[in-house]
Design a binder for this molecule. Structure first.
Ligand code: GAL
Length: 364
């Protein structure tokens, strides 16, 4: 409900939040009219549910610490995001938090940020090809992929609950989906998943009847559910003919739900993985449809990010726990990586409801 209200507020793509009693002048992002630091928060799209929750968390936490917040959603369009960042820089932002649409498209505008001494934090998605990104707050994205690959194997019965091979020889027919090619995370998720699936593909326990085994072939531009649904429908031929589709590697809940919808005509639900613990997906997991998702606590991600902003604006050094994994082509970006967690029918209530991430009512 909270997320939906926020989404409605975001219709205009701009939200300025202020702490304390906001005067009328505070409604204008160009001039917040006070001496509180202004933090620009660039988010990709309100269309993918998770980013609404992320934006909600980040802006609420920044606001409660007394920052002015200029948050904008880019409608999943890289050029729009560049314009929005430029506007934040022009408005005198003191720091930028950026969840990129296309992590490779921001070098120009971020050079302007660097010239104005504005620190930049890459949020969840790496920003590539520039030295004008100071820190990266994210999850252990390789581990996300490992959890997805392992869930697929377990759902098929190839490994047991402890991850040990059961000896099941299959062959199991699977199809493979990847995320958006302009999002570095998509590559890391894929690599993580393949690190556990590859041996079984090589030995023939898993087969991919479409023959589409490269990340580029399974890619989903913009993480679009519509595109994923269309691709799944286009692969149904052999399965309509009687071959059982045992499983689908899906990197994101929006894609998972589209895959499940596209395969409905088969009369059974294959083992489908996911990510983000979006409400519809969790309901589907609870109902025994989608096999698993990966929960990433966006409240924690917001916390880490806000701590980075605070440290930077206080002239200090943000805490990081990884200084090797995220080479953006120009520099290794120091990162704080949080732990993702698998969620299944058996664990969703404990992991998501007991932790207060969702109420039981929200999942009904
Ligand atoms: C990725 C993110 C995933 C998922 C996906 C689609 O960058 O790490 O959690 O949300 O985008 O939005």
């Amino acid at each position: 409900m909270r997320a939906r209200t926020m989404a409605a507020l975001l219709g205009a793509g701009v939200l300025v939040l202020t702490a304390g009693c906001a005067g009328p002048q505070d409604a204008d992002p160009q001039d917040a009219g006070d001496d509180k630091p202004l933090v620009g928060v660039a988010m990709p799209s309100v269309e993918l549910e998770r980013w609404v929750t992320d934006g909600d968390n980040v802006s609420a936490q920044l606001t409660s610490l007394g920052y002015d917040v200029d948050m904008r959603y880019a409608e999943d369009d890289p050029a729009t995001q560049v314009e929005q960042l430029q506007a934040m820089i022009d408005a005198g932002a003191d720091a930028l938090v950026v969840a990129s649409v296309d992590g490779t498209a921001l070098s120009g505008v971020l050079a302007d940020a660097a010239a104005a001494d504005i620190p930049v934090i890459a949020y969840d998605r790496l920003i590539s090809g520039t030295d004008a990104v100071d820190y990266y707050a994210s999850f252990d994205n390789f581990r996300v992929g490992v959890l997805q690959g392992t869930a697929l194997l377990r759902g098929l019965g190839v490994v047991d609950a402890t991850g040990r091979p059961t000896g099941a020889a299959g062959p199991f027919a699977v199809e493979l989906f990847a995320g958006s090619p302009d999002d570095n995370n998509a590559t890391v998720f894929w690599d993580g998943a393949m690190s556990v699936l590859r041996p079984y593909l090589d030995s023939g326990v898993l087969t991919v009847p479409s023959g589409q085994v490269q990340r580029e072939q399974g890619a989903t531009q913009g993480w679009s559910a519509d595109l994923a649904g269309e691709r799944m429908a286009s692969l149904l031929g052999p399965y309509r003919g009687g071959l059982r589709l045992d499983g689908v590697l899906s990197p994101y809940d929006g894609i998972s739900q589209a895959v499940i919808a596209a395969t409905a005509e088969l009369g059974y639900v294959p083992v489908v993985t996911g990510q983000d613990a979006e409400v519809d997906a969790v309901r589907s997991v609870a109902a025994g449809e989608q096999y698993a998702t990966v929960y990433k606590d966006t409240r924690q991600l917001a916390e880490v990010t806000v701590q980075m902003v605070e440290a930077l604006l206080d002239g200090g050094e943000p805490e990081v726990n990884d200084t090797t994994s995220y080479d953006n082509g120009v520099k290794v970006v120091p990162a704080y990586l949080l732990a993702p967690q698998e969620v299944t029918k058996d664990s969703y209530s404990k992991v998501l409801v007991d932790s207060g991430y969702y109420t039981a009512e929200e999942l009904r």
